[in-house]
Each structure stands twice: as structure tokens, then as C-alpha cells.
Design a protein around this ligand. Structure first.
Ligand SMILES: Nc1nc2c([nH]c(=O)n2[C@H]2C[C@H](O)[C@@H](COP(=O)(O)OP(=O)(O)OP(=O)(O)O)O2)c(=O)[nH]1
Length: 129
């Protein structure tokens, strides 16, 4: 099983969502940014590392949400979400096609990676701004 972290980054009442590029797996799907946990790596460190590498933002984890397991045709994934806030850096995309700050009500209007759908639901229900 592939273990992948993702970040629900909240700033000024909005959430950062990212669109995978046309050359990535799940091309052009929207996701919470993040990436694979490396062998022996603590997942809370993975998410901080991945957000720096992919977005040039420094984040601090606020809390962990419920992990989601999903079967894609070629692999099974456990997606581990963290609520986080920005503590430094300037947003600059290294690999995504697009990134947007959206309200919680706007989340439903995007074409999400299938594994993210339960996380979107949890965020809609559980995050208070
Ligand atoms: N980052 C991220 N990946 C997700 C999400 N939802 C989802 O199904 N995935 C899938 C897509 C990929 O198959 C896998 C993670 O891949 P990735 O390309 O983001 O990971 P990475 O940065 O560590 O990749 P790599 O290029 O270093 O191999 O998880 C999500 O919300 N965020």
C-alpha cells in the first residue's frame, strides 16, 4: 500500500487546493498537496517536507484528520491528511498545473482525485474558520 500525506492548508479562511499536472498520475485532478512517505520517515515530517519542495511554503501541522484508504486500478493508497497553517515562504509551484485559495463552499466545484473525496467531505463538515 502506498502511504501518501496531504495538507489542508488554511489561511485567511481559505483552503489551498492544487491541480495535478498533465504529466503526473491522475492528470489534472485537484488534490490537497503532499506526497509519499519515505521509508522510516515520520508522516508529520513528510508533509512539511513535501509542501516546501512542491510549493515553497513553510507550514506547521495543526492537527491530523481521518486517513482514507482507496483502491485505484493499479495500486492501493492510504491518504493521511493534516490540517496546517502557513508560517513562512511564498507560494511558487514546482510541479502542479494550478493552485487556488478557495472557500469551504467552493471545494465541491472541483474535479477531485477520487481518494480525496472523503477528505473534502470531512473538511466541509469539521473545519471551523
Ligand atoms: N499529493 C497527493 N497525492 C494524492 C492525493 N490524492 C491522491 O489520490 N494522490 C495520489 C496521487 C499519486 O498517485 C500519489 C502521490 O503521488 P505524488 O506524485 O504526489 O507523490 P510524490 O510527490 O511523493 O511523488 P514523486 O514524484 O516523488 O514520486 O497519491 C492528494 O490529495 N495529494
Amino acid at each position: 500500500m502506498l502511504i501518501v500525506t496531504c495538507a489542508v492548508i488554511i489561511q485567511h479562511g481559505k483552503i489551498l487546493i492544487c491541480q495535478r499536472s498533465s504529466t503526473m498520475d491522475l492528470p489534472l485532478k485537484w488534490e490537497f498537496p503532499g506526497g509519499k512517505v519515505e521509508p522510516g520517515e515520520d508522516d508529520a515530517l513528510t508533509i512539511v517536507r513535501e509542501i516546501t519542495e512542491e510549493l515553497h511554503l513553510e507550514i506547521e501541522v495543526v492537527r491530523r484528520l481521518q486517513p482514507v484508504e482507496h483502491d485505484y486500478p493499479a495500486f492501493r493508497i492510504r491518504l493521511v491528511p493534516f490540517v496546517a497553517r502557513v508560517i513562512g515562504g511564498q507560494l511558487r509551484l514546482e510541479e502542479h498545473a494550478d493552485a487556488r485559495w478557495v472557500t469551504v463552499d467552493e471545494l465541491a466545484g472541483y474535479d477531485w482525485a477520487p481518494a480525496d473525496v472523503p477528505i473534502v467531505e470531512e473538511v466541509k463538515g469539521a473545519i471551523r474558520f
